[in-house]
Design a protein around this ligand. Structure first.
Ligand code: TXA
Ligand code: MG
Length: 319
């Protein structure tokens, strides 16, 4: 059900959850000062407690209040990319509710780039913890209607239109020793390793940026972001007629009504379409989704999209 800013604020402060729009995907928000609100995030999503949440804040100043160790690298990245689709991991303050961090000694922090949500966050002391507003393991929502569908209209939603980026934020960990910084990308997104490297040009800091396995296994489970019908990744110029039987055998089911998602040329457009298309195909009576993977998809800007496709897929057929 749709709520306005005033109502959203009231609900959050009373310990309820509210779905909030961001430029990446919609989040299911709970006030970090309310244990009841935090618990409702997990029960509404059916999310396991071992998967930590990202705290959303409206400014760099508020981010710094969540951590005793805001390094120079955090500051440079926050200045450069916030508000925006980048989550920074930092050592957590002792008083943060362990539900947020799953008992880890670090916390994920993000300042999202959406005018309505920024306005809301200014009114909520400390910040709002928010995972993507979908049932655990399923496709993330990028519009008000997606959230309504996901929770059968039972969750209060601040309607902020369609998410412009369309896939979740880039998540980075930062390690410092002797003034050298190791920046590890745990979840690829629209902000790439090169963009992060570029942010340090002209600064005296020594940084290396790499893609690494997340130290937190659960959010990075092998299967995630899954549509209701199987998604199959296939090589270019794929012939359904010639391959339908093989796919049926592999997936132990027969398919009569394939949907083909032809990915836009630009990574930016593809990420905006990705979850929208998966939900559309789920609803429109198709029984399988096919998408072709091209050589250009190995370029860096596609990394986030291919990562999501890979985790959402039921099968990949190589050349
Ligand atoms: O774009 C986004 O990040 C969206 C919007 C709503 O902001 N949120 C989102 O939240 O995608 P969620 O919970 O679906 O994914 C959060 C990811 C998980 O993979 C989790 O494991 C990781 O962030 N994460 C959170 N805290 C962490 C920490 N302290 N250390 C390492 N990874 C962490
Ligand atoms: Mg999620």
């Amino acid at each position: 059900m749709k709520v306005d800013l005033t109502k959203a604020k009231e609900l959050l402060l009373k310990g309820n959850v509210v779905a909030i729009p961001t430029e990446t995907v919609y989040g299911l928000g709970g006030w970090i000062g309310s244990e009841a609100g935090l618990l409702k995030i997990f029960s509404t999503k059916e999310r396991p407690f071992f998967d930590p949440l990202i705290v959303h804040v409206s400014s760099l100043a508020d981010a710094k209040k969540l951590t005793p160790e805001w390094t120079k690298a955090h500051e440079i990245l926050g200045q450069k990319f916030w508000p925006g689709p980048l989550t920074l991991i930092a050592k957590k303050n002792d008083d943060l509710n362990p539900l947020i961090t799953s008992g880890l000694d670090s916390v994920g922090i993000r300042c999202p780039n959406h005018p309505l949500t920024l306005e809301l966050l200014k009114e909520i002391p400390g910040g709002v913890a928010a995972p993507s507003a979908n049932k655990f393991g399923k496709t993330s929502p990028t519009s008000f209607l997606h959230v309504e569908d996901e929770f059968q209209k039972e969750v209060a939603v601040l309607d902020g239109g369609e998410s412009s980026v369309g896939i979740e934020s880039t998540v980075v960990g930062i390690k410092e020793s002797n003034n050298e910084y190791q920046i590890e990308i745990y979840r690829p997104g629209s902000i790439t390793a090169s963009m992060i490297e570029d942010a340090f040009k002209g600064s005296p800091l020594k940084v290396t940026v790499t893609y690494e396995q997340s130290p937190v296994a659960p959010g990075q489970l092998k299967h995630h972001y899954m549509p209701k019908i199987p998604l199959v990744l296939v090589p270019p110029r794929f012939d359904w007629g010639k391959n339908a039987e093989k796919i049926s055998l592999e997936l132990k089911s027969s398919f009569k009504n394939p949907a083909f998602w032809s990915q836009p040329e630009s990574a930016q457009l593809a990420s905006r379409e990705l979850y929208q298309k998966m939900r559309e195909f789920d609803k429109e009576g198709f029984d399988i989704i096919i998408t072709e993977i091209y050589p250009h998809h190995s370029q860096e800007e596609w990394r986030g999209i291919i990562n999501r496709l890979d985790k959402a897929k039921s099968l990949r057929i190589k050349d």
